[in-house]
Design a protein around this ligand. Structure first.
Ligand SMILES: [Zn+2]
Length: 239
């Protein structure tokens, strides 16, 4: 029997009364069978909701079976806030989609827990969503270049674009539209932010909108990914 801790990203029904949970842990994504999860008398009834941080014991190899578990955080404050919940759903879709990629899962796991705490407890939480998406690009090996031309290393007369993977000089840019300097500066601060320090940054609506569109385009162009939650976010925020 092994002990785990993780976040339930999604689930499917299995046979008549059971469920398989997909739990993100420091070792990556784990498939977890919960026998009788849908029965009202199940001791695990509350333990099987998406967006719940759990501690659990399990047996088995590829598909593990839950033997015992407890809730660490059910993120109730996020679940009752439709905007926050949809944004977290968007992040959970990203993690699920790239869960098979090889990267430092332990690092992301620790980071995810901190990001969720910020989103749960702060009203200016969108900057933390963006921070997650930006740092995740780095983990996936496609982080934007914030310091020099991606092609030649030049540091003068640079422009920032999705297609160029961040900065490019006039000779090497292949893009036709570019990010505003203000938004690049905000993204750079988020990208390099050290969690030990307070985040002294409250981007205004124009910047939030520009970064949102940049991130969507970047994930689509470099990773061929777009989340299902994205269209709901558009309805909620208008961008
Ligand atoms: Zn160049």
């Amino acid at each position: 029997m092994e002990a785990f801790e993780g976040l339930i990203l999604k689930q499917i029904n299995f046979k008549e009364s059971s469920k398989i949970l997909y739990v993100y842990t420091e070792k990556g994504l784990i498939s977890l069978l919960v026998h009788g999860a849908k029965k009202l008398a199940s001791p695990f009834l509350n333990l099987t909701q998406n967006l719940t941080w759990i501690k659990f014991f399990a047996t088995g190899k590829a598909l593990k079976t839950l033997t015992d578990g407890e809730i660490i955080n059910d993120y109730r404050k996020i679940k009752v806030d439709l905007e926050k919940f949809t944004y977290v759903q968007h992040l959970m879709e990203i993690i699920n989609f790239f869960s098979e990629s090889e990267y430092d899962h332990k690092k992301l796991f620790t980071f995810l827990k901190k990001i969720l705490a910020h989103i749960e407890n702060e009203s200016h939480y969108i900057r933390y969503v963006y921070m997650f998406e930006l740092k995740y690009l780095y983990l996936l090996g496609v982080g934007p270049n914030f310091n020099a031309c991606s092609a030649c290393g030049a540091i003068n007369n640079l422009k920032f674009a999705v297609k160029d993977g961040g900065y490019a000089c006039e000779n090497h840019t292949t893009a036709t539209t570019y990010m505003s300097t203000r938004s690049v500066e905000v993204m750079k601060q988020l990208y390099y932010h050290d969690q030990k320090n307070p985040l002294d940054l409250k981007p205004d609506l124009d910047i939030r909108r520009e970064i949102r569109l940049f991130l969507d385009e970047y994930y689509l162009y470099h990773l061929n990914f777009i989340s299902k939650s994205r269209s709901i976010l558009l309805g909620l925020f208008g961008y």
